[in-house]
Structures are given as C-alpha cells and as structure tokens.
Design a protein around this ligand. Structure first.
Ligand SMILES: [Zn+2]
Length: 270
C-alpha cells in the first residue's frame, strides 16, 4: 500500500493577520511579531532536529517586514508559498484589488528569488475570481478548500448554484487542490482574542488527539493519502504547543508516514 504523506504548513502571517482586523492596536501587532521573533526560529530548530521539510505560506507584507526571518526559512531548505500581500480576505475584495494584491505579493517573493508553486487564501475564503487568478498566475496548487480531506484533487472553476437552482458544475482547474480544514488548523483551537471573541486556549493533549486520529484514519483507510496540517508561528511557537508538534511528528514517523513539501507533492502528482 502506498505510504501516507504529511505536509506541515505554516502561515507566517506576523503582523498582517492583525492588520486585517477592523480595529488594530499596537498590542495586537506585537502578538503577531511573536511569530517572527520566537515562533519561526523555534519551528526551524524543531524541523532541523527532526530532519523534516515543510511549507511556509508567507504574505508579501511579512516578506518585507521580516526579511531575515523569511530568509532563514529559505536557507533551511523549506518551501515559501504565496499567502496574499496584506492578508485581506479576498471574498470582500473587488477583482481589481484582489489581482493587485496577488501581484504585489508575487513581486515581493520574486525579489528574494522565489517563484511560488502554491497559494493559500488568507482566511481560507475565496472570491468568485480567486481560483481563476490562481490558475492564470501559474500556480501548481492551492490549499484553501475543504472539499476533500486526504486526496488531492482538481478544484472546479465557474460553478453556478443558487437557492433556486441546483449545482451546475464548472470546469476542472489546471492546478491541484491540497485540501486543508479548520480541525487541523492551530489558530482555531489555540488563539484567544477579545474582539472578535475567540475562546482559544485548548489543551495541546486535546488537539494532539484530533490531529493524530486524522492521520491514523487516513493511514488505515486511504492509499497514498496526503494530510495537510495548518499552523501559524505565532500560535504553534509557544512552548507547550511546539512540544505537541514534536510529539505529532514522532507519531507520523512511527506509523511510517513521509513528510513532503506541498510543492513537491504537486509536482509529483504532475
Ligand atoms: Zn494567514
């Protein structure tokens, strides 16, 4: 039976995710900076020790605000992928603004020598034109959708559906979807916030139980499945959580799963 693949992905949002809130304060921005100051070095040390490759989705705003930390990810051999410029949810952008934001982020990555293979939408949401843009700009994969769980697939572009009319399927995209889900997203479980209120604060043992069970189910039931974990340096970087990630990596290795950068998965799929 083909082996299971695990993709560790880190959305290095830093300040950008907080700037997308309606009301941002200096204290919120400092919470974002923790991801660059503490989270990234701590994650890189763990990945180095475990000899595991990973994918970092980095907004252009982060590339330009934290060039040394971004460079350290590249220098360690990990993949840098596209995560918008300023972490604005595309579902609320005009098509012109969305294109300009995407191109500005591409330019920021190109200035450090990166032609990204993959895209993840900020906030895991889409506008009506996002997938077309992803295809037009030549990405090999997207990782924003929850249509499937363990099987990469070609997402559809141009679906038509409403309350009055059933689904009319669009065409298949030329790129792969490497699906994500909120259950495997550290922000959802751990990140506290006052306004808008987010409970956060989950025990890592609770999250590890969920994250391990997803891998175990896939490994037992899906041939050659691909499981994507989505994390944020400013969230997973805390001591008790990085310990959990270390334990998760150990479990994946114990069951014989292999770690791959998402771009390598997309290239392997052809
Ligand atoms: Zn993000």
């Amino acid at each position: 039976m083909p082996h299971s693949t695990v993709c560790l992905s880190f959305d290095f949002d830093a300040l950008s995710v907080w700037l997308a809130y309606d009301r941002v304060t200096p204290a919120m921005l400092n919470r974002g900076e923790y991801g660059a100051r503490v989270g990234v070095p701590r994650i890189l040390e763990l990945l180095r020790r475990r000899e595991v490759p990973a994918t970092f989705f980095v907004p252009g705003h982060t590339v330009e605000s934290f060039p040394d930390e971004t460079e350290s990810i590249l220098a360690a051999g990990h993949e840098l992928a596209h995560h918008s410029y300023a972490h604005v949810d595309p579902s609320g952008q005009s098509p012109e603004d969305e294109r300009a934001d995407m191109e500005r982020a591409l330019a920021a990555l190109e200035r450090i020598g990166v032609r990204p293979l993959g895209f993840r939408s900020p906030s895991a949401d889409l506008s009506a034109v996002t997938l077309e843009l992803v295809e037009e700009l030549g990405f090999l994969y997207d990782s924003s959708l929850m249509t499937d769980d363990y099987r990469p697939f070609r997402p559809r572009i141009g679906d038509r559906v409403s309350r009055d009319s059933p689904l009319e399927r669009g065409r298949e995209a030329r790129f792969w979807e490497l699906p994500m889900c909120f259950e495997l997203d550290d922000w959802v479980h751990f990140q506290f916030n006052f306004d808008p209120y987010r409970k956060g604060g989950a025990a890592p043992s609770h999250v590890l139980e969920i994250w391990r069970a997803e891998l175990d189910f896939m490994d037992a039931n899906v041939e050659g499945g691909v499981l994507t974990y989505c994390m944020h340096p400013q969230v997973i970087g805390r001591g008790h959580r990085i310990t959990m990630l270390d334990q998760l990596i150990g479990h994946c290795l114990d069951v014989g799963a292999r770690f791959e950068r998402m771009g390598d998965v997309a290239q392997r799929l052809g």
